[in-house]
Write a protein that binds this ligand. Structure first.
Ligand code: ADP
Ligand code: MG
Length: 236
């Protein structure tokens, strides 16, 4: 069966204006993202990884090119439609968890659902992510790994198609990071989510169906893994 294209970038580019200077963050880029795949993005700092992810997530608009989500060009829709896309289709995971500090675990996750207009039950999500018993905790009462699992729960509560993760293990030790990555792996394999993961850690590429290498605002190359690994089997 041919893989289904969820998102397609056609000649998408981005420059940021800094006073008088235009910073070219992403040069014209073509990319297809397939439904259900795990796509790992590797590359040095400043190579354009976050720019690419933010464009995919509708956090930012491209300077040019076409960005098709299920065939619809997001670069042409207005702010309201872009916000709706972000709310209903995308779950974001960031390096520093970005939980709301004065809300409990359950309230943080409920907020994710509310933003997307969902009314699911959170208990199964929390249980599935190993957070049973932590429902009433505030973020400061959780370890880093637990906080990131709450962020994943919050993203999943939105019932998104696409999970966009920018350095999700960047502030975790390697082992804790692998446990977090395994949850993202399961979100792809068990729930059919499309998962895009930016990382600095080359070994993490082994969990990707494809690994995309970025350099100086371009996709240098894309490798396909015939047998992507469960993250728990990855070692240094
Ligand atoms: P990476 O995530 O790979 O570290 P980024 O996508 O964040 O790279 O950045 C790519 C380039 O764009 C860098 O030169 C960075 O300094 C620049 N850049 C990123 N975001 C902004 C911004 N909001 N304003 C100005 N320049 C930016
Ligand atoms: Mg970045």
């Amino acid at each position: 069966m041919a893989p289904e294209v969820l998102m397609e970038l056609v000649g998408v580019w981005k420059t940021y204006r800094m006073g008088e200077v235009e910073v070219p963050a992403l040069k014209p880029t073509d990319l297809k993202v397939y439904r259900g795949e795990i796509l790992v993005i590797l590359g040095p700092s400043g190579s354009g990884k976050s720019t690419l992810l933010n464009l995919m997530g509708g956090i930012d608009q491209p300077s040019g090119g076409r960005l098709l989500y299920e065939g619809q060009d997001l670069s042409k829709v207005g702010d309201n439609r872009l916000t709706a896309y972000r709310r209903h289709h995308v779950g974001f995971i960031f390096q520093f968890f970005d939980l709301i500090s004065n809300l409990t675990v359950t309230e943080n996750v409920a907020l994710g659902a509310e933003i997307a207009g969902r009314r699911g039950a959170f208990a199964p999500i929390l249980e599935n992510l190993g957070l049973a018993g932590k429902e009433g905790n505030f973020p400061s009462q959780l370890s880093g790994g637990e906080q990131q699992r709450v962020a994943i729960a919050r993203a999943l509560a939105k019932e998104p198609d696409l999970m966009l993760c920018d350095e999700p293990t960047g502030s975790l030790d390697f082992r804790t990071g692998l446990l977090v990555l395994q949850l993202l792996h399961r979100a792809s394999r068990e729930m059919g989510k499309t998962v895009v993961i930016i990382t600095h850690n080359t070994p993490i590429g082994k969990m990707g169906d494809r690994v995309l290498y970025m350099r100086d605002g371009v996709i240098d190359r894309i490798e396909t893994n015939e047998s992507p690994l469960d993250p728990l089997l990855i070692s240094w």
